[in-house]
Design a protein around this ligand. Structure first.
Ligand SMILES: O=C1O[C@H](COP(=O)(O)O)[C@@H](O)[C@H](O)[C@H]1O
Length: 207
């Protein structure tokens, strides 16, 4: 996951980044302990954050001692405190937080973050961070940024690998999708930002 960004931990890139300016968040997280094999924090820490000097106080993991509801409330409150402290901007267009860059993956079913096809959370319009307890992909309990937050970002990097993702990539980018229900990946449409797609041969193979 996020393979192109792993180059950043290697020379010459690692020395060309001002890591002290970074604040790192999770677009979605599974409600499991931070050292659990399913933890997105663990994935990012093991492969990326343990290798670069981002100040630990600027790495915002979820509170894994809380329930899914509690962790979503706590993460949203954390974002609101960072807006008050002027660490995080609000989008003038939407009133939701405006992240500089979101690194977004996609599942073979077209889900992004923990926003799954046909789930009521796709229509969440008020919350910044929501919880889900019936994720069709295990583990079932997660928290996730909502679409208003995703679509307020300045830049979105869609990083998608593997032929199992070719069909939803085709629906999103092929320009000939006649389906009436949009896949979550088709709902990624930043209002004032730019989306860049990073696809390997497998993910690109139906285009
Ligand atoms: O569960 C999740 O799945 C997607 C995609 O995962 P992949 O294993 O099919 O690459 C991911 O982007 C999301 O953030 C994650 O929590």
């Amino acid at each position: 996951k996020g393979e192109p960004f792993l180059k950043l931990v290697e020379p010459p890139y690692v020395d060309s980044v001002d890591w002290a300016k970074w604040h790192v968040f999770w677009l979605d997280e599974r409600v499991v302990p931070k050292d659990h094999a399913d933890s997105n924090y663990k994935l990012a820490y093991d492969n990326f954050l343990s290798k670069v000097p981002v100040p630990p106080g600027q790495v915002y993991a979820i509170n894994d001692a809380l329930s899914a509801e509690g962790a979503a409330d706590d993460y949203e409150a954390c974002l609101k405190r960072l807006v008050d402290a002027k660490v995080l901007d609000l989008s003038a267009a939407t009133g939701f937080p405006r992240f500089d860059l979101l690194l977004v993956g996609m599942g073979p079913d077209g889900h992004v973050a923990s926003l799954f096809p046909g789930h009521p959370l796709l229509n969440e319009s008020q919350r910044w961070v929501a919880f889900i307890k019936d994720s069709p992909k295990p583990p079932p309990e997660r928290i996730t940024f909502t679409f208003p937050v995703i679509n307020s970002a300045s830049n979105i990097a869609m990083v998608i690998t593997g032929s199992s993702k070719a069909e939803p990539v085709r629906r999103a980018l092929g320009g000939d999708d006649k389906s009436t229900d949009l896949l979550p990946v088709q709902m990624v449409a930043p209002k004032e930002g730019e989306t860049t797609w990073f696809l390997d041969k497998g993910a690109f193979s139906s285009l």
